[in-house]
Ligand binder design. Structure first.
Ligand SMILES: [Zn+2]
Length: 405
């Protein structure tokens, strides 16, 4: 076979050899091929071999660690505008109420996104995709949730579709109409009934819904109501759960067979056990804890109890303006107690599983999409130590060099 591209003499090619969802031992293991050639054909991984591979093009892998392209399974693009003033207020000890009164908070982003033309949303968020790609991310999930009305929620989903079409990063959409209660509604339930009313139109863009299940936002009863209505319309479920208080969102996620329960900073033993006994993925986003100077999710306890975990950035304008996957891995390792192997699997195979891409992305395997991140490292175990260095040498997307060389 004549390959289209060969990465010649890679120091390490690192990937899980097991099919996700990975938990326990399979989560803690990576298969490492040393000094191998990686052949790509028609955008797919075709060969991993010690022998020389014939190819039209070659790139040197010498001194490089090759990882599966990183999959960020939880961000809040597309948004519009910045909330740095609110961030500075928080550093000066101002309360959530002070910030709301000064016009900050999530509703300020809602106002900005409602007022932005779709083209402006596309160009504003395109830059983030470019920067994420340069940090090794090849697939990103984005959500609506800054519209809180039918027109703007659908606009956000259309923008995500356009972003995926014009940028080589793969973009996966989630509907998060149930993100907050807009000013136009006086109760969570009346707003959710309105959202349920346009779920059939959402279905043209995505088959996944998410909800912010939290004290003073959508409580357990309202969350259950919404998720059952969504299930009846063929949607899969994700939840923002147990982020600020231990309300029981992760238990509900496990009960309803949701794909994931995300955040979990406040999740106690009962929630951890419920997740461990289910296939619902615990998505940890330690960047948010860092950004807000708050506690961290109990990653070690989740892993030890047998939960499936994934890592993501939670990139958004308010609570976490971080998208660097290596910084998030560093935090997962140093603050949540994960091993470097668990962190890599959680940002590749398991995060691809969360997005329904377990059969094509997140691993380096013959027949899988040739989405690869080449790091300027000799050993993958250097990642959490050198996370702030310029370690991404090149990114291959669908078999082509998309960044570096
Ligand atoms: Zn989120």
């Amino acid at each position: 076979m004549i390959h289209d591209l060969v990465i010649a003499g890679a120091s390490q090619v690192v990937s899980s050899s097991k099919e996700p969802p990975l938990r326990k031992e399979s989560l803690s293991r990576l298969e490492v091929f040393e000094d191998v050639n990686l052949g790509i054909k028609d955008g797919k991984i075709a060969s991993i071999s010690k022998s020389r591979l014939a190819s039209k093009h070659y790139t040197s892998g010498s001194g490089s660690v090759v990882l599966p392209g990183l999959v960020d399974c939880h961000t809040h693009i597309p948004f519009y505008g910045t909330r740095y003033e609110e961030f500075l207020m928080r550093t000066q000890g101002k309360s959530y109420m002070d910030i709301m009164q000064a016009g900050g908070g999530i509703l300020s982003t809602v106002e900005a996104v409602r007022g932005a033309a779709a083209e402006d949303l596309v160009s504003f968020n395109l830059r983030f995709l470019e920067e994420m790609l340069a940090r090794g991310v090849t697939t990103v999930e984005g959500k609506s949730g800054y519209g809180l009305d039918k027109e703007t929620e659908l606009k956000q989903l259309r923008v995500l579709k356009v972003l995926g079409e014009i940028h080589n990063i793969s973009v996966i959409s989630t509907f998060l109409g149930a993100h907050a209660i807009p000013k136009e509604f006086d109760s969570p339930r009346s707003y959710l009934e309105y959202v349920v009313g346009f779920l059939d139109e959402v279905r043209h863009y995505t088959d996944v819904v998410d909800i912010f299940c939290e004290d003073k936002v959508f409580g357990l009863d309202d969350t259950e109501y919404f998720l059952k209505e969504a299930t009846a319309r063929g949607f899969k479920l994700r939840l923002h759960a147990d982020e600020l208080v231990s309300l029981g969102g992760s238990k509900l996620a496990a009960q309803l067979g949701a794909i994931s329960a995300d955040h979990l900073v406040a999740a106690g033993n009962e929630s951890i056990n419920a997740l461990a006994e289910s296939d619902t993925v615990a998505v940890l986003m330690p960047g948010t804890s860092f950004f807000l100077k708050e506690g961290y999710a109990r990653g070690r306890a989740l892993v030890d109890n047998g939960a499936v975990i994934a890592l993501a950035s939670d990139f958004n304008p308010g609570s976490c303006n971080i998208y660097d996957p290596f910084f998030v891995m560093h935090l997962a390792i140093t603050r949540c107690g994960l091993t470097v192997e668990e962190a890599i699997n959680s940002y590749t195979a398991n995060s691809a599983y969360v997005l329904g891409l377990a059969q094509s992305k997140g691993r380096i395997k013959e027949g899988f999409d040739a989405d690869l991140t080449l790091l300027d490292l000799k050993d993958y175990r250097e990642i959490p130590y050198r996370f702030s260095h310029d370690i991404v040498r090149a990114v291959i997307k669908d078999g082509e060099v998309a960044f570096g060389a």
